[in-house]
Ligand binder design. Structure first.
Ligand code: SAH
Length: 348
């Protein structure tokens, strides 16, 4: 009889407890298993050492753990580490560990490929293959946490959903993963240290705001001029900038949290005075800050990093209007780990 075993990480704690009761054992073993799965992130029943051999075997008869494996690890000269993560069905996503002097940030993926079509992004070229399960998102974080301890002698401090995929198009699973990451019964990480980045899907931002999250929001804006934005991010034709602006305002009204706009300045696309003016006007609607991201070429000739003077104009105009602005240098460029470069290029 070849029966497909259930993935144990799809079970709630209650289900695990009643599994043991059904098999004439004490319910608290369910709590022990839950702790092994979500606090200690083990991927093998034999690692659950406070369970008897018989109970471990019982679990093995009924369940499997569809865990991820690290198919490849690349180290950048700047300390950045990129993981190629193999999923149970053989598909690959990438996750990145980004160290600074005092922090370790995990940049994690939410989809295999991406649902959206931003013309400047390597992940978009892959198209969406599937959504990640909550545990596949959790595994990326748990792995990077272990790598941080191993290489930098400190646990992971921050998480950004800025890897492959659009988190808002896999909303339910991303929220379930965040719940596991932040729960005291999981990794116990503060939601204040998590940033969800979206290319801007208004109705999902509103839904998220209604659920009173305590994590942070970043929006990949790239242009506050409708026509330009539609050209570089064609999906946004369905979502006018006014709708995005209103959704962000709603988010702020619920969370009282400043939103971050991610913004790349490209030559002959948004490096002119009208674009600068539009961005300043857009930022004024809601307390926000702007992260000017360096462009990482992905083989589309239509896009090239703008001159320094264009960046200076953005910085001057935003500063004049008291809108905080930072320039984010790319990390891990030598291993294709920087923003927009995640595209499973490694041959495995
Ligand atoms: N889909 C989400 C999560 C991806 S985050 C989102 O769009 O926000 C990845 C960030 O890198 C986004 O801000 C994205 O717009 C940006 N990006 C994509 N391609 C890039 C590239 N080639 N160079 C620099 N930034 C890029």
């Amino acid at each position: 009889m070849s029966e497909v075993k259930k993935d144990i990480r799809r079970c709630s704690k209650e289900e695990l407890c009643s599994f043991f009761v059904t098999h004439h054992a004490a319910a608290f073993h369910g709590n022990q298993v839950y702790e092994w799965l979500w606090q200690k992130a083990v991927v093998d029943f034999d690692q659950m050492t406070n369970l008897s051999k018989a109970h471990r075997a019982l679990l093995g008869q009924h369940f499997t753990i569809n865990h991820t494996d690290i198919a490849d690890v690349q180290h950048s000269d700047d300390g950045t580490i990129k993981n190629a993560v193999r999923l149970f069905d053989g598909k690959i996503v990438e996750s990145v560990l980004i160290p600074t002097k005092s922090r370790t940030t995990a940049c994690v993926s939410s989809q295999v490929g991406c649902s959206l079509d931003c013309n400047f992004c390597a992940t978009a070229q892959l198209k969406r293959m599937r959504n990640l399960n909550p545990d596949e998102i959790f595994d990326q974080v748990a792995t990077i946490n272990k790598q941080s301890v191993e290489h930098f002698q400190r646990p992971l401090s921050n998480i950004v959903f800025m890897g492959m995929g659009e988190p808002m198009m896999n909303y339910a699973n991303v929220m379930k993963a965040i719940a596991k990451i932040t729960s005291p019964e999981g990794m116990g990480m503060s939601p204040r240290r998590i940033t969800v980045s979206t290319s801007g899907i208004p109705k999902m931002i509103i839904k998220m705001a209604d659920e009173h999250p305590r994590f942070k929001l970043a929006v990949s804006l790239h242009s506050a001029v409708e026509e330009t934005r539609n050209k570089i991010m064609p999906f946004s034709e369905t979502f006018p900038l006014t709708a995005l602006r209103d959704a962000i305002q709603y988010w702020y009204s619920k969370t009282k949290e400043r939103v971050t706009y991610e913004y790349v300045v490209w030559k002959d696309i948004n490096d002119n005075a009208a674009e600068v003016k539009a961005l300043v006007a857009f930022c004024k609607h809601t307390p926000s800050k702007v992260n000017l991201i360096e462009y990482n070429p992905v083989g589309n000739d239509a896009f090239a990093q703008a001159d320094e003077t264009a960046i200076d104009q953005y910085v001057a105009a935003l500063s004049k209007h008291q809108i905080p602005v930072t320039i984010r240098r790319s990390r891990g460029k030598d291993i294709d780990a920087a923003c927009g470069q995640l595209a499973n290029k490694t041959k495995l």
